[in-house]
Design a protein around this ligand. Structure first.
Ligand code: IMP
Ligand code: MG
Length: 168
């Protein structure tokens, strides 16, 4: 495994992102974590945010890579609570084509949050198919398949404390 981003690099960047998010949200903040990949990022982010920060989880699945053009996603697990009038930040592991995130943003925006922003630990801009808005980006990376810090390859490697590139 080749290390792309070390645990220390990630820790420092997540702390800085939390600082930005705090400044933009002086009131109560609600985080929506996209399962499964973002759960480690959420845990670290949350611990840098105020006591009043609340969390919820959504699990989504793409309709398969062959139907990528539609970008349609299926909600495997919906939120436990509504978003009306709340200041919401979506917490996602990585934005690739941007299709999944665009679809999720539309679903959540329809639920009437006061504000809706998105935080992604990683971004692969060279892969983008739609111009999705992501207010907080941890690291911009090249088009390499990465694992660790919650991200998987066939459900493995989520445990790694760093982000690595699998040697094929
Ligand atoms: P997209 O932006 O709609 O193409 O989909 C992004 C999703 O694809 C992410 O939430 C990840 O689950 C997955 N994904 C994309 N690139 C990677 C990667 O390099 N490693 C692990 N998962 C990835
Ligand atoms: Mg994901």
């Amino acid at each position: 495994m080749h290390t792309l981003l070390s645990a220390v690099q990630i820790q420092e960047r997540v702390r800085a992102l939390a600082g930005e998010i705090r400044l933009d949200h002086p009131g109560e903040l609600h985080l929506v974590c996209v399962l499964k990949g973002a759960f480690v990022f959420l845990a670290d982010l949350l611990r840098e945010l105020p006591d009043t920060t609340t969390i919820d989880f959504v699990a989504i699945s793409s309709y398969g890579k062959s139907t990528r053009s539609s970008g349609e996603v299926r909600l495997l697990k919906d939120l436990d609570t509504g978003l009306e009038g709340r200041d919401v930040v979506i917490v996602e592991d990585i934005v690739d084509t941007g299709l999944t995130l665009t679809y999720l943003q539309d679903i959540l925006r329809a639920r009437g949050p006061r504000s809706l922003k998105t935080a992604c630990l990683l971004s692969k801009p060279s892969r983008r198919q739609v111009d999705v808005k992501v207010e907080y980006i941890g690291f911009t990376i090249e088009d390499k398949f990465v694992v660790g810090y919650g991200l998987d390859y066939a459900e493995h490697y989520r445990n790694l404390p760093y982000i690595g590139i699998v040697q094929q």
